[in-house]
Design a protein around this ligand. Sequence first.
Ligand code: SF4
Length: 489
Amino acid sequence: MTRSYSIRTYGCQMNVHDSERMAGLLESAGYARAEDPTEADVVVFNTCAVRENADNKLYGNLGHLAPAKAANPNMQIAVGGCLAQKDRDTITRRAPWVDVVFGTHNVGSLPALLERARHNATAEVEILESLEVFPSTLPARRESAYAGWVSISVGCNNTCTFCIVPALRGKERDRRPGDVLAEVQALAADGVLEVTLLGQNVNAYGSEFGDRGAFASLLRACGGVEGLERVRFTSPHPRDFTSDVIAAMAETPNVCHQLHMPLQSGSDRVLRAMRRSYRSSRFLGILEEVRASIPDAAVSTDIIVGFPGETEEDFAETLAVVREARFSQAFTFQYSQRPGTPAADLPDQLPKAVVQERYERLVALQEEISWAENRRVEGREVEVLVSTGEGRKDGATRRMSGRARDGRLVHFAPGRDGIRPGDVVTVTIDYGAPHHLVSDGGVHTHRRTRAGDAHEAGTRPGGAPTGLGLPGFGKPQAAVPAATGCGAS
Ligand code: SF4
């Protein structure tokens, strides 16, 4: 009897991609995706530990599953990801109906641990301190026919004081460039048009094998991959952003003119306390260099408000950098104390009301800027990679959605039938809204692609059948919005 599974994913893209590996592993072990996740024989939680309420969310969900597990003893519950790496057997103590706990370094052990727990009728907790195998060597069941995640490194060598990632994902480990390129080529050969290179700190790529120019070389090498139309990457660290990377972005046609670069704070005093190893002038200097080489680049960022000890003057400096940087988008967070991070023990933790009030001022300023930056795109013709779904029904207008090359979300009136997710169209932008662009004039060109064929046929790269879009899978119920790295970096 084939056992079914369902995966619930929380957190960043690294977790979304890890979930694709967990699904690939389970299917290689003979499990099938549950049509109805509430009916699954095996429920896997791929957890995040970045935000304060991440714990509450996990234990709340585990509590909800207890009656279902009591009613169906054959059901198994597994908890993986960053919170599992942090909490370990605390999870089985607080939720003794959990069968398996595995960490960020041993994703590959999931099927064996499930079998062992079932055979021995005891909970299996296996947490490793360092990487067992590079997750990219594991089978994957990919979410999309037209866009793919490619992990180039795991872990991080930085020690930002608010961040728990190094403690949970370990020191940076880099994949060999040849392995990365082989995966990118295989995806493109399967019709994938867009890849996103993933790492906690992508532009530090190569530090493990002593090649500081490795990331720029990798971007240029992706430029030579046949059929690959779009290359994105997340997340870079301002300290490691070097001119060769900017030149590679500007000179490699399929590298998208989109850059997500976390600022975190505009105050040098706060950046020092965060141990971010750059200052606001350097950050703005990088933006200037990027915009000199890539004038149409869309730049987004992450900002934390209310870091311990942040004064009104510090916050004013953050607002000043935001005004000058003109980000197309900013993911803004209220600082939350994370046990196990150095910042959690800092004096001068700010009152919630102060943090909330500053947060609202920052969001209002950035909303104004995002809107103005999107209005500048009005009248421009843009290329859109059509994404899943029929878009929004808005009165008389039926719209579809997709991403422009600079990462902006576009809702467009197709004006003709036969356009599928995975196809490529060009449209003229009529209106720039604060968080998306709108085109109502119908598409100018429509290119049917192999990715569109695959989406229509329900196949995925690597030949896997579809069945995705299950709640919680692929759509991060995130502590952090989709576009960022770990909300850290
Ligand atoms: S914030 Fe990013 S760069 Fe800093 S320690 Fe965390 S993952 Fe590393």
